[in-house]
Design a protein around this ligand. Structure first.
Ligand code: AMP
Length: 170
């Protein structure tokens, strides 16, 4: 199935010069959505994963569907200030300034195998902070998986090559 045909390019969103990769046409089609989740599930079916961790907010959509397909739990990694319980935080740089993400401190047991998921890797800064959070709480990251990779931004260089995976490359 040609999943790329379900990704819509939106020029100059959210600001001039950015081509936004809009996955809503893919999510809106049950066959395409399921095919994407199946592609991830096949890759990680035998990896011994206990939780899928998704990065807010499109990582929640893919991550939650994948967690159910793999029969494991889902853990949200959220933008700062959203999680209610004891949490840890990592800051990361944006083009201008910094942002932060958080995870509940008790969400993963030490040594537990997790898969990190987001919709898209651009510079890799967001997922790099998520990797650091998971390492802070002692998780064993078995994979860092994205639906879309913008190869020209070379985000993959921030990650262990054996763990990085992207379904659709641009
Ligand atoms: P980065 O930290 O630079 O890898 O940016 C990744 C995050 O920003 C992901 O959560 C993406 O959803 C979002 N993002 C960055 N660039 C784009 C783009 N061109 N189209 C859609 N989402 C993007």
């Amino acid at each position: 199935m040609d999943l790329k045909s379900y990704i819509r390019d939106v020029p100059d969103f959210p600001k001039p010069g950015i081509i936004f990769k809009d996955i809503t046409p893919l999510l809106g089609d049950p066959v395409a959505f399921s095919a994407m989740i199946d592609a991830f599930a096949e890759k990680y079916a035998d990896a011994g994963i206990r939780h899928v961790c998704g990065i807010e907010s499109r990582g929640f959509i893919i991550g939650a569907a994948l967690a159910l397909r793999l029969n494991v739990g889902f853990i949200p990694i959220r933008k700062a200030g959203k999680l209610p319980y004891k949490k840890i935080r990592r800051e990361y740089s944006l083009e201008y300034g910094t942002d932060a993400i958080e995870i509940h401190a008790d969400s993963v047991a030490r040594g537990e195998k997790v898969l990190l998921v987001d919709d898209l890797v651009a510079t890799g800064g967001t997922a790099e902070a998520a990797v650091a959070l998971l390492q802070d709480i002692g998780a064993e990251i078995v994979g860092i998986a994205f639906a879309i990779e913008l190869e020209f931004l070379r985000g993959r260089e921030k990650f262990d090559a054996n763990k990085f995976f992207a379904l659709l490359k641009y």
